[in-house]
Design a protein around this ligand. Structure first.
Ligand SMILES: O=C(O)CCC(=O)C(=O)O
Length: 286
């Protein structure tokens, strides 16, 4: 029997009683999907998924999303390895800045599924922040203004050639930058969730590089304010990984960030990514 246990005030719940490697029936998948909609990020302990099993489960949530720039693992084009080796002593870790996965795509992924294969003895947590709560906790005047705005998203600061030297320091991952990362994509600053219609802020520090119609010096203070507001501790849940854990998050409702605080130890995860829809603007003051 599947049960759901909330782990933090803003978002996050552990789902008990599901073996994700098994042939789940439709009712079980529906319960997991509902838990994800209710809690925005859900966790499963003690799973053992090989790449084929992870892909099979991921496809129960939807078709795979394109995964640009990051090389998939051999023979599994839908799986990327998120790895930091013990020998990596630089401060970078994949996903180490607040972001919503690939928000620079025209149709950013709906969900991402991360499975812990090897974890450090300390650190290496992941933190998520609820963007529906981030929206709700703004003043009506600010919400009103933000619903009229569009963000300019780009992978330029993550995957353009100027970042190749950084990615080359990642011993456990292969990332291939290219000029396509300089493209921009406009999305509403406040999106209506594709399934629930609930409004959520859709602006993040990693990929939102401007605001349509704003001069850079006008956009910067507003983006800086939003970066601080959207990641306030009261919006977050934080997960301390054990081997076998699986996390699924809804990129339409949360941002997340990996903590780079485990220097000297290896951390290895497999990620699959579920396709999403083009974000639709939330109507004002919903
Ligand atoms: O490794 C993690 O904890 C998160 C990685 C990440 O940010 C991602 O897969 O998008």
């Amino acid at each position: 029997m599947i049960t759901v246990e909330q782990v933090a005030g803003a978002c996050g719940a552990v789902v008990h009683g599901a073996d994700l490697a098994a042939d789940l029936d439709d009712a079980e998948v529906a319960q997991i999907r509902q838990a994800l909609l209710d809690h925005q990020v859900v966790f499963f302990r003690g799973q053992r998924l090989d790449p084929d099993q992870q892909v099979r489960f991921s496809r129960r949530l939807g078709p795979p999303s394109p995964v640009p720039f990051v090389q998939a693992i051999p023979e599994h084009p839908e799986v990327i390895a998120v790895v930091r080796e013990a020998t990596e002593t630089h401060g970078y870790t994949f996903g180490g800045l607040w972001h919503s996965d690939f928000s620079f795509l025209p149709e950013p992924p709906s969900a991402s599924i991360l499975h812990a294969l090897e974890v450090p003895p300390f650190g290496g947590d992941t933190v998520w922040a609820s963007q529906t709560l981030a929206y709700r906790t703004l003043s009506p005047a600010m919400r009103q203004m933000l619903t009229t705005l569009e963000g300019v998203h780009s992978a330029v600061n993550a995957y353009s050639p100027k970042m190749q030297a950084v990615h080359d320091t990642f011993a456990g991952m292969s990332v291939q930058t290219d000029e396509s990362a300089t493209r921009t994509q406009v999305h509403p600053a406040v999106r209506a969730h594709g399934e629930t219609g609930v409004p959520a802020l859709f602006v993040n520090a990693q990929y939102t590089v401007g605001l349509c119609g704003f001069a850079p010096h006008e956009a910067r203070p507003l983006l800086d304010f939003l970066a601080a507001h959207t990641t306030r501790t009261e919006l977050t849940c934080r997960w301390q990984w054990r081997v076998g854990d699986v996390a699924i998050w809804d990129n339409r409702a949360v941002q997340h960030m990996a903590m780079a605080d485990f220097t000297g130890h290896r951390r290895a995860m497999h990620r699959t990514t579920v396709a999403g829809e083009a974000p639709v603007a939330a109507s004002s003051l919903t």
